[in-house]
Design a protein around this ligand. Structure first.
Ligand SMILES: NC(=O)c1ccc[n+]([C@@H]2O[C@H](COP(=O)([O-])OP(=O)(O)OC[C@H]3O[C@@H](n4cnc5c(N)ncnc54)[C@H](O)[C@@H]3O)[C@@H](O)[C@H]2O)c1
Length: 364
């Protein structure tokens, strides 16, 4: 089957997402938050976590994996810290409210950190780091996820793809935003390959014999059954630093579970109608409590410029710093629209039909 792509306007898809969330019982203000996180992902060119994931949330609510109405409970609080119980509500809503709390604490006390338990999938970790950057602060965010990554020298998926997001403002328009999984790739990219009907590049996924597999569909079916595993950042074994990705993924698991007393690794339910119980961590650092913001921005900008202007490898045309590709992508996506391939078109049609959203006229 060929996988045709059509481009749909950002505003149309964002409104559609809001209506789908509302149709699932999410209050409108919360639905707008959820759609904003998803559309930001598409705008930044992170196709794995935007409109492509809408059906996952739609199905998740129907299956009872998370609740459409979010009950956000602060169960422990100090001037600089908080522990939140999300009561299995919408991860985006819980994430945004938690990062807002961290920013408010940092505004007054210099630092703010919030640990969250009983949440659900909150999308791109970078969204929350960017919230702090927009407030003139450093932001960090971590989340755990269902196991899909094997520890170094292991074959059973034990850790989630556990992303790290770090954002800092600079004296350039584009902030520094490092936002990536601690595995060599993340599950969402395997889902994108499945929708595009492409194989997995060798070196990303192993089977129970520790051998690489490139079968996309089999791998996605194999993760929950423990038959396949993604490799940590750095890849197989220690030679290329796989143990360092493994260490970082474990750090994220600790931040996401130990401080908030959340479920971890195989105790995160993988379906069957049980709530997903994901944990997150948010940190905001008020730069002004360390040095003048302008000074910080100038130093950070200088670091980034020096990196980008350093000697290039033969054949390379450009050295990037984190956040640049996504920043440039946003302009392109706003102009051309969001790519929607055949398989995603089918998902959109299902949600549109089931919710009776007849006022949308998609070009497919
Ligand atoms: N919620 C979850 O459970 C979950 C789990 C895993 C990943 N994610 C999200 O998935 C998204 C993608 O993750 P990923 O691991 O596929 O990311 P990735 O491998 O695409 O790496 C993205 C990061 O690397 C930077 N980058 C890319 N090319 C670069 C270059 N040449 N030089 C310097 N920096 C460069 C980007 O600016 C960005 O910060 C992230 O937004 C992440 O938060 C979410």
């Amino acid at each position: 089957m060929s996988v045709d792509v059509v481009y749909v306007g950002v505003d149309t898809l964002q409104k559609f997402m809001v209506d789908v969330f509302v149709g699932c019982g999410v209050p409108r203000a919360d639905a707008e938050v959820c759609a904003d996180v998803l559309i930001t992902s598409d705008l930044r060119g992170i196709e794995s976590h935007g409109i492509g994931r809408l059906k996952m949330y739609y199905d998740g609510i129907k299956k009872g994996l998370h609740k459409p109405v979010t009950e956000f409970e602060v169960i422990r609080e100090t001037p600089t810290t908080a522990v939140v119980d999300g009561h299995n509500g919408m991860g985006h809503v819980i994430g945004v409210r938690s990062m807002q709390m961290a920013i408010e604490k940092a505004r007054t006390f210099g630092m703010g950190s919030v640990a969250v338990r009983n949440s659900s999938h909150y999308g791109i970790a970078g969204y929350y780091a960017l919230m702090a950057v927009k407030a003139g602060m450093i932001g960090m965010s971590f989340t755990n996820a269902r196991p899909s990554v094997a520890p170094t020298f292991g074959v059973r998926p034990m850790l989630g793809t556990n992303p790290i997001a770090f954002g800092a403002p600079t004296d350039e328009e584009c902030p520094f935003v490092y936002d990536a999984a601690t595995s060599i790739t993340q599950r969402g990219k395997i889902e994108v390959l499945e929708r595009e009907e492409k194989p997995i590049p060798e070196g990303w996924v192993i089977d129970q014999n520790g051998k690489f597999t490139t079968d996309t569909k089999a791998a996605l079916e194999g993760f929950p059954k423990d038959e396949n595993a993604l490799l940590p950042l750095g890849g197989l074994g220690e030679l290329l630093g796989g143990h360092k990705g493994y260490g970082l993924g474990t750090m994220v698991e600790i931040f996401s579970a130990s401080l908030s007393h959340n479920a971890f690794m195989h105790d995160l339910p993988g379906g069957g109608g049980l709530p997903v119980k994901i944990g997150h961590f948010f940190l905001a650092i008020n730069i002004e409590h360390f040095c003048p913001l302008d000074e910080f921005k100038a130093t950070t900008g200088a670091i980034l410029r020096e990196l980008r202007q350093s000697k290039k490898a033969p054949g390379a045309t450009r050295i990037y710093t984190a956040g640049e590709k996504e920043y440039e992508m946003e302009k392109l996506v706003r102009a051309q629209g969001i790519p929607v391939n055949t398989n995603l078109q089918k998902d959109i049609k299902v949600m549109q039909t089931e919710l009776g959203l007849t006022r949308y006229h998609f070009p497919f």
